[in-house]
Design a protein around this ligand. Structure first.
Ligand code: HEM
Ligand SMILES: CC(C)=CCC/C(C)=C/CC/C(C)=C/COP(=O)(O)OP(=O)(O)O
Length: 313
């Protein structure tokens, strides 16, 4: 099958043409890199909810970890099932297993449904209904509302859709306490504000592909200079939001120092992205966004177990 044909209509190959899918193909359907970082934030939520600091009871930790991972993987698989036409047009996504015809749409649907059902059963019966309900909200938000509607409708798609990607710390927290803690919402806020610079940095680099696929991402609808400016504004906001765990007494000095350094470096990336035309900067900023979130949440965890709280009596 030529690349051209593939771009027009994915999955054209007959059944006989399709090579047998392996576990790696199914794994690729679940966006494992993204799920791993989402799970770092969910696990941080679980440990931060454990007060006084200790171990999360294993009878909660294991089903919550597996259940949340499966829900995220299922929603990523549904995203790829719904997005086959767009994914076939963009270089970055043209080798995905559904587009390449390695996995059939039927098999992908069966796989996603099995993961989603297993996840919901595990969270509902072994963790708590609150966590199951909130996870369902995130699942529907990403797999259907973002993918089927927002992504195709408005350049604010990733800002609104970012709510689904931001809730994992709340899910982790709810798994442990069966409640919605204001501190957990603070972590949601940080990821929510982090998402636009994370994604728009990449979208600047891939603006032509999004235009070709007719996806109204910000650089396509409002231009690259406006997107660079928007990344800078959100990064300033992120700097401020990243201080809130310290200012509200949730975290101590270890976190504060980490947040200032990490957010400062993010800000330097965003300022350079705004004022320099260096073609490497967008992907450098995107790559740094991932390091940023990983290290920030690690710092929250370390801080929780080695607390230095000079603000408190
Ligand atoms: C609506 C919200 C989001 C959008 C639109 C978005 C978009 C993207 C895109 C398009 C990529 C692919 C980059 C590539 O193939 O080179 C990506 C990669 C990534 N995203 Fe996001 N993202 C969002 C939210 C999140 C969240 C909430 C997290 C984690 C907390 C996250 C973590 C990652 C990671 C770790 C990668 C690299 C994974 C890999 O390449 O395997 N993203 N993101
Ligand atoms: C609680 C729960 C189940 C939450 C689900 C959260 C989740 C999996 C968020 C992922 C966000 C993401 C990678 C969006 C990119 O989709 P895209 O279609 O714009 O990117 P693509 O072009 O790489 O497919």
């Amino acid at each position: 099958m030529s690349a051209n044909n593939k771009a027009i209509s994915p999955n054209q190959s007959d059944h006989q043409d399709r090579p047998a899918p392996g576990w790696r193909d199914y794994l690729a359907l679940t966006k494992p890199g993204v799920v791993m970082l989402l799970m770092v934030t969910a696990v941080a939520g679980m440990f931060l909810a454990t007060d006084p600091p200790g171990m999360v009871p294993l009878d909660i930790f294991i089903p919550a970890f597996v259940g949340l991972s499966l829900a995220m993987m299922a929603s990523a698989a549904i995203n790829q099932i719904m997005d086959q036409k767009i994914d076939a047009i963009m270089k970055r996504t043209e080798k995905r297993p559904l587009v390449a015809g390695v996995i059939s749409p039927k098999a992908a649907v069966a796989f996603a449904v099995a993961l989603a059902l297993a996840s919901m059963a595990m969270l509902y019966f072994l963790v708590n209904p609150l966590t199951a309900g909130l996870t369902l909200f995130g699942f529907v938000g990403y797999a259907f509302i973002y993918t089927l509607y927002l992504k195709r409708a408005t350049p604010q798609n990733i800002v609104i859709g970012g709510i689904a990607g931001a809730i994992p710390p709340l899910l982790g927290w709810a798994a442990v306490t069966n409640s919605l803690d204001p501190y957990a919402w603070l972590l949601v806020l940080i990821i929510f504000v982090w998402t636009p610079p994370h994604f728009w940095a990449l979208a600047i680099h891939r603006a032509d592909e999004y235009a070709k696929a007719d996806v109204p991402m910000l650089p396509v609808t409002h231009g690259i200079p406006f997107t660079r400016e928007s990344v800078l504004y959100y990064t300033i906001l992120l700097f401020i939001c990243s201080l809130l765990p310290y200012l509200t007494g949730m975290s101590g000095l270890i976190y504060l120092v980490s947040a200032v350094i990490l957010s400062g470096i993010f800000l330097i990336h965003a300022v350079r992205l705004r004022f320099s035309q260096d073609p490497k900067l967008p992907m450098k900023t995107f790559g740094y966004s991932i390091v940023y979130l990983f290290v920030l949440f690690t710092a929250l965890l370390v801080d929780h177990y080695i607390p230095l709280h000079p603000l408190q009596p």
